[in-house]
Design a protein around this ligand. Structure first.
Ligand SMILES: *Cc1c(COP(=O)(O)O)cnc(C)c1O
Length: 465
């Protein structure tokens, strides 16, 4: 990859450079990205500028090949490195909608959901309950009932939930309810570092110090079938050591559970593999990451004389993040002399809250002039009524003008799913592209959609002129 600086010096524009054998999570653009004869960005065989003309802007453009390739790489890596049964499950909070869920389901994945709404979406996409794992640190009785009714696996987070479940199990289920226990393993990850502590300040999961008591309680509940343990240590992780350590400690706790008499057979190590958002990011490939967790699990099992559990991982970002770009239309340009140049786009924090929430950094290109030299640093501003609504600070771009199509890369994860209607801005449409075909998978919200849930007491009914 050429660095930003080299791109300026060489005078070339942004040209996608997919290197064969790399994982989607190591690419900035979807795998099918090309520059066509009109010098425009093409994804999935579709010209992005034409898509904007047809479907409007802002627009999420999701590439089916990239998403399916990431799924396939997880599957193939487990076949290569893990001799036991393995099940990758999609952390659907990354982007939950019918089309995404049904594509990932067709790739043989299970699903992780964290709310009744995500569970409902996944079920509506045709996923069978026994492939769905339900998370959450404060599940409601209604959410638990829905999960039980569909035979989902429930990842129990705390004592209150255990007690609620034992009651519901008696009322609602003729067979024991399959549960896993979520632990707080004391491994904490930030993007480029991690710490191991005995205790972790986290709202999620049981404290491993009290785990014997939990095991003993669960063992006494004939209506619960405790099938395994779960932990998730963080997100956008580039190091492999934390997951290697995690596999080791989790197998040790599984051994304790088995010694207590529980018939545990599944080990869920969560998600967290990072993706490339800018050229400075260098995450491991899906293959390397799966090799690490598989090898560490096998080694720990051999060391402790345990048979290999069904190994589950929960990728979200690394499955879908790199498969999507967001296309915006460039508007006003404001030069603050000696300080900064702003260019405004027609979206921002309502379609991508990650920059304002996490100070996340993104890369961009101008889709209608891909080979134009990168000549200036500008700040790409959103259109919301917040000074902090900045999409990219100091983006390196060609000279831009009103009407240009600016594409922000790697927006598949935690963009649509975190989108809001702040400032009553409609959420964008999403398009699935594949071999030159473009299908609408999420409609753009209309003004009518924005007031659909509003109610007016009759005495306030406005006189419409
Ligand atoms: C968020 C989350 C994931 C997915 O994390 P990614 O970093 O997107 O892979 C998996 N499991 C749990 C429990 C999560 O909270």
């Amino acid at each position: 990859m050429i660095s930003n600086q080299e791109r300026v010096d060489s005078g070339h524009g942004y040209l996608p450079q997919t290197i064969p054998g790399r994982s989607p999570n190591q690419e900035l653009l979807p795998l099918t990205a090309k520059v066509n004869s009109r010098d425009c960005l093409e994804i999935g065989g579709c010209d992005v500028t034409t898509l904007v003309e047809r479907f409007g802007s802002p627009l999420y453009v999701l590439d089916e090949v990239t998403l399916r390739t990431a799924c396939k790489q997880y599957r193939e890596a487990f076949a290569r490195y893990y001799p036991g049964v393995a099940l990758p499950i999609y952390a659907s909070k990354a982007w939950s909608c019918l089309a995404v869920c049904s594509i990932i389901a067709s790739e043989g994945f299970g699903f992780d959901v964290v709310s009744g709404g995500e569970l409902y979406t996944t079920l509506q996409a045709g996923v069978k309950g026994d492939l769905i794992y339900c998370h959450g640190n404060n599940k409601s009785a209604a959410e638990l009932e829905l999960a039980i009714a569909h035979g989902c696996k429930i990842i129990v987070d705390n004592w209150l939930e255990l007690e609620m479940l034992t009651k519901l199990a008696d009322e609602l289920s003729s067979k024991p309810i399959p549960i896993m226990l979520r632990l707080t393993p004391g491994i904490e990850c930030h993007t480029h570092e991690y710490i191991r502590t005995g205790h972790l300040d986290s709202k999620f999961g049981f404290d491993p110090d009290g785990i014997k008591e939990v095991f003993a309680f669960v063992l006494r509940q004939a209506n619960l079938d405790c099938i395994g343990l779960h932990a998730h240590i963080g997100s956008q992780i580039f190091e492999e050591q934390p997951h290697e350590d995690l596999a080791g400690v989790m197998v040790e706790w599984m051994k304790q559970a088995v010694d207590c008499g529980l018939k545990m057979r599944e080990l869920n190590l969560g998600g967290g593999l990072g993706i490339r958002y800018t050229e400075a990011d260098d995450p491991p490939s899906i293959d390397e990451w799966v090799k690490t967790v598989s090898t560490a699990t096998i080694e720990a099992c051999n060391r402790l004389g345990m048979s290999l559990p069904k190994l589950i991982v929960e990728p979200g970002r690394s499955l879908i993040g790199s498969a999507c770009v967001t296309a915006y239309t460039v508007g006003f340009r404001k030069v603050v002399p000696g300080i900064r140049t702003y260019i405004s786009v027609d979206g921002g924090m309502s379609d991508n809250p990650r920059p304002i929430t996490y100070q996340s950094v993104y890369g961009a290109a101008i889709a209608n002039r891909m080979s134009a030299p990168m000549v200036e640093r500008v700040t790409v501003a959103g259109k919301h009524c917040e000074s902090g609504d900045i999409v990219i600070k100091n983006a390196l771009l060609p000279e831009t003008e009103q009407g240009d199509i600016l594409v922000v890369m790697a927006t598949g994860a935690y963009n649509y799913s975190m989108a809001s209607n702040y400032n009553r801005i409609s959420r964008p449409a999403a398009i699935l592209v594949h071999e030159g075909e473009a299908n609408l998978i999420i409609q753009r919200e209309t003004y009518q959609d924005l007031i659909r849930q509003d109610c007016l007491p009759t005495r306030l009914t406005p006189k419409l002129c």
